[in-house]
Design a binder for this molecule. Structure first.
Ligand SMILES: Nc1ncnc2c1ncn2[C@@H]1O[C@H](COP(=O)(O)OP(=O)(O)OP(=O)(O)O)[C@@H](O)[C@H]1O
Length: 380
């Protein structure tokens, strides 16, 4: 565990960048430092690997004060990733990634073999190995930055706004990739961002800092969304905090209706049974996959006219998705009803916006306590 104990950083000009900050950063998890510009996030991160020396307090790793360790040994135990990747422009991708192993005295072959293995791990095609950084997209360069930081297999990874310079789509891809890699490697990651959505998505724990380098709240993301410590945190989380909190509740418990579903070749009797008072019936193909909605009175037995069906929108997967995803499906559906499917895309039930609304109220009430949600990580 990295323990930040009552740490203050006063720069020579008198600026107090961090003010008596205490945080216990758990092992093998992602801890995110988030807050407005200038609140001391980067300073805190750099005090961990002593690129910035603290003024007061202590930072210890597994009980050992970081100042008692030679600074090079300390930094070798920590990968460091920054915005724009900070790659060596005159070195090929493979040699960028092999930098630290080479510094540690590995042979060129062994270091390059390790670099190739890491390229695959971070999702970079092997054909990019001989290119130079300027020949890569921003997102690819960030991946190289992550691979380089992982090269010597350090237990700790410090990441300073690593995905800020890329567009939202690439950024989402990099975030998903980081979560996947973390699932495999289980590093202790300290991640700086000013983006609260990124913090909620990636963080096992999130530390919200306020200007002046003071800790406003340190909590798992679900707790942050359910119980913000004060008006500053609430404001920082944004107006749609309630909606975002729904990402932490699973859609698995929703009361799905199966009666108003018929196949294209449904008999008159099956159609009659499907007409259960719902305003629409969902028609599926013979493979069980949804095709669209129809008012029950327009269904013709034996062969439904699929050209007349209303689109069913985007379905949700009940076992995997969140209440937020289910609500989104219902809101976007032309009928106001959401379609649930299984992993193979076959319809498993339908549910109205109203019924989802009731489930949401129930979930909020049941989870009104400390952490307030059924999942510790956000679902889709
Ligand atoms: N070398 C320095 N000398 C004096 N003040 C500094 C120095 N480095 C940073 N600061 C100040 O310390 C405060 C915290 O800076 P820091 O870079 O840690 O914030 P940050 O939260 O990472 O900001 P951003 O999100 O904008 O990167 C700011 O007021 C900044 O101006």
């Amino acid at each position: 565990m990295i323990r930040i104990d009552s740490v203050t950083k006063r720069y020579p000009d008198g600026t107090v960048a961090v003010d008596r900050l205490s945080l216990d950063i758990p092992d093998r998890a992602i801890t995110v430092l988030v807050g407005p510009s200038g609140c001391g996030k980067t300073t805190t991160l750099r005090m961990i690997n002593r690129m910035v020396e603290l003024s007061e307090g202590t930072i210890s790793i597994d009980g050992k004060d970081t100042r008692q360790e030679p600074v090079n040994t300390l930094r070798r135990s920590m990968g460091y990733v920054i915005q724009n990747a900070g790659l060596f422009q005159h070195r090929t991708i493979i040699d960028n990634i092999a930098t630290v192993p080479r510094l540690l005295g590995w042979s060129k072959d062994k270091a390059r073999a390790r670099a190739r293995e890491l390229m695959e791990r971070v999702g970079l095609d092997a054909s990019l190995a001989k290119r130079y950084p300027y020949q890569l997209s921003g997102g690819q360069q960030q991946r190289v930055g992550v691979a380089r930081a992982l090269a010597s297999d350090p237990p700790v990874l410090l990441m300073d706004e690593p995905f800020s310079a890329v567009d939202p789509v690439v950024r989402k891809g990099l975030q998903d990739e980081l979560l996947r890699i973390q699932g495999e490697l289980g590093k202790t990651i300290v991640f700086v961002t000013h983006d609260i959505d990124e913090a909620v998505k990636l963080g096992t724990m999130v530390a919200v800092l306020r200007t002046g380098g003071k800790l406003a709240q340190f909590a798992p993301p679900a707790e942050l969304l359910s119980d913000p410590a004060d008006a500053f945190v609430e404001d920082f989380l944004g107006a749609d905090r309630g909606i975002r909190r729904l990402s932490f509740f699973s859609a698995a418990g929703l009361d799905l209706l199966t009666a108003p579903i018929v196949a294209v070749d449904a008999t008159a009797e099956q159609i009659a049974r499907a007409t259960t008072g719902t305003p629409y019936v969902l028609v599926t193909g013979l493979d069980g996959k949804p095709l669209g909605w129809s008012p029950p009175e327009e269904l013709t037995a034996g062969s439904v006219d699929t050209a007349r069906l209303l689109p069913y929108g985007r379905p949700f997967v009940a076992g995997e998705d969140s209440l937020r995803a289910a609500l989104d499906c219902a809101v976007l559906s032309p009928t106001g009803w959401a379609v649930a499917v299984d992993g193979e895309g076959r319809a498993t039930g339908v549910i109205s916006q109203t019924a989802i609304g009731e489930a949401i109220r129930g979930a909020h009430e049941a989870g009104a306590g400390a952490s307030g949600a059924s999942e510790s990580k956000a679902l889709r």
